[in-house]
Design a protein around this ligand. Structure first.
Ligand SMILES: CC(C)(COP(=O)(O)OP(=O)(O)OC[C@H]1O[C@@H](n2cnc3c(N)ncnc32)[C@H](O)[C@@H]1OP(=O)(O)O)[C@@H](O)C(=O)NCCC(=O)NCCS
Length: 189
């Protein structure tokens, strides 16, 4: 039995994926505008079911694994997105993030709220040193999201990856625990 994990914010609950989430996850991941900068070309119900099944035995904070959490509305328990926490295999004190939010719920600060809760979990509860994210250089919404959360842009890789039939460029963003703590202190004063 894998330990339950629930991270709450004012509008959201982040929790482990459940078999009954498959249709909701498929509904937004299958949209072309959602898939555009993601690793998948298409996303069907069987892909969602496989993702959920693969996550069933994943234990948080095991180096070399991705933990995928559902983003669920706190008031109505609707699955509106998911975020991934990659506990890096090369350094157990570092985590990489990914996030996907259904377009109908974008533009309201929910991704910012979700990752804010995830950062609190990673830095405060798990004591991580550094959290990073890689975004497509054309993915303005993702870059804005990480900048809004205080991440620094550490790199701009130019046409370094063959992605969906063309050379793609990417940004690397990162946030240190001490930087996150300093921002919190400023925001609280
Ligand atoms: C990346 C992604 C999650 C960002 O979603 P988002 O809705 O833009 O981000 P948020 O939910 O934090 O909302 C921010 C927007 O809401 C606005 N907003 C409203 N209320 C807000 C609040 N309380 N707090 C913060 N922002 C708020 C912000 O001004 C911003 O609007 P803007 O984009 O016009 O400046 C989304 O675009 C997505 O899922 N894309 C497809 C998947 C993908 O490419 N993922 C990236 C992989 S790394």
């Amino acid at each position: 039995m894998v330990e339950p994990l629930e991270l709450w914010s004012s509008r959201l609950c982040l929790r482990r994926l459940r078999p009954e989430d498959a249709r909701a996850i498929c509904a937004y991941r299958a949209l072309p505008e959602v898939a555009r900068f993601q690793s998948w070309e298409s996303f069907g119900l069987s892909d969602a079911e496989r993702l959920i099944a693969d996550q069933a035995a994943v234990v948080p904070d095991i180096p070399g694994t991705w933990l995928q959490l559902a983003m669920v509305t706190a008031d109505s328990a609707v699955v509106i997105g998911d975020c991934g926490l990659h506990f890096r295999g090369d350094d157990s004190r570092q985590v990489e993030l990914g996030i996907t939010l259904a377009p109908t719920h974008q533009g309201r600060g929910l991704a910012t709220e979700a990752l804010g809760t995830v950062l609190e979990y990673l830095f405060e509860r798990l004591g991580k040193h550094r959290v990073s994210a890689v975004t497509d250089a054309e993915n303005d919404a993702a870059a804005s999201l990480f900048r809004r959360l205080g991440f620094r842009q550490e790199a701009h890789y130019v046409e370094h990856v063959w992605f969906k039939g063309a050379w793609g460029s990417e940004y690397l963003f990162a946030l240190l625990r001490r930087e996150w703590q300093a921002r919190r202190t400023i925001n609280c004063t």
